[in-house]
Design a protein around this ligand. Sequence first.
Ligand SMILES: Cc1ncc(C[n+]2csc(CCOP(=O)(O)OP(=O)(O)O)c2C)c(N)n1
Ligand code: SF4
Length: 244
Amino acid sequence: MFKDLLKMELFPTSWCPGCGIGQVMIQLATVMDEMGLGHTNSTIISGVGCTGRMAGYFNVDGVYTLHGRALPVAEAAKLVNPDLKVIVVSGDGDLTSIGGNHLLHAARRNPDLTVLCNSNQVYGLTGGQAGPTTPRDTRTVSTPGGAPYDPVNLQNLMKAGGRYFYARTTVFHQVHFRNCIKEAIAWPGFAFVDIMCHCIENNGRRLGFKSAYEMLQHFRQTYKRATDGAETLEPFEIGIVRKG
Ligand SMILES: Cc1ncc(C[n+]2csc(CCOP(=O)(O)OP(=O)(O)O)c2C)c(N)n1
Ligand code: SF4
């Protein structure tokens, strides 16, 4: 039962009502339950941010690391416990901005880690500032005139090495999402799942969405499945590209 993996006594969570992070947590717990993962054989490591708080809600040992430092801590945990399933869950700001250098080199070293990146495209916890994944022209609290730069291309970053696993999915496409998590956990190397998610309070409302439901409908309408066997995901396509 997936609820056994969660500290239900701590509910309700600290996340805003309607936040997509809850979906990420439920889907991860569901997949872990299906795959027989729990406190004896897995650990969850996170950085700092709204997403980072997730590690604390799981009934497995974990580390709530410093901002941006989830990957080196996860690599160390895997190095000394090779049989442990090490899962990193963190925000796109944490993983790609302050943690960007670690991401670059962890992907290059290809350790056996699963990384769930909650891509809500802003720094949620600190008020909705623009980060490296914020689409160009997006109005945020720190870019009221629109974000001036193109976002980092995480797919290309992951594919820079010879071996890679990159999945893009959304919190709306739940079956696809679960499948991506499952395949990432089973992948014997560095597996990166880029989850399009919504931060209704510190991003969505500023963009004109009235509710989390509207943001989910936006994912439904905008993201389409890539064709089977696609070697590259086009913008707004969901799927998995990999090379072992
Ligand atoms: C060294 C350091 N710098 C800055 C901060 C402030 N800070 C906390 S969380 C965060 C960004 C979180 O954004 P993201 O990783 O996208 O996660 P989200 O909150 O959106 O889930 C920042 C800048 C900090 N805690 N530590
Ligand atoms: S600020 Fe945004 S990301 Fe953080 S809990 Fe609220 S809705 Fe979620």
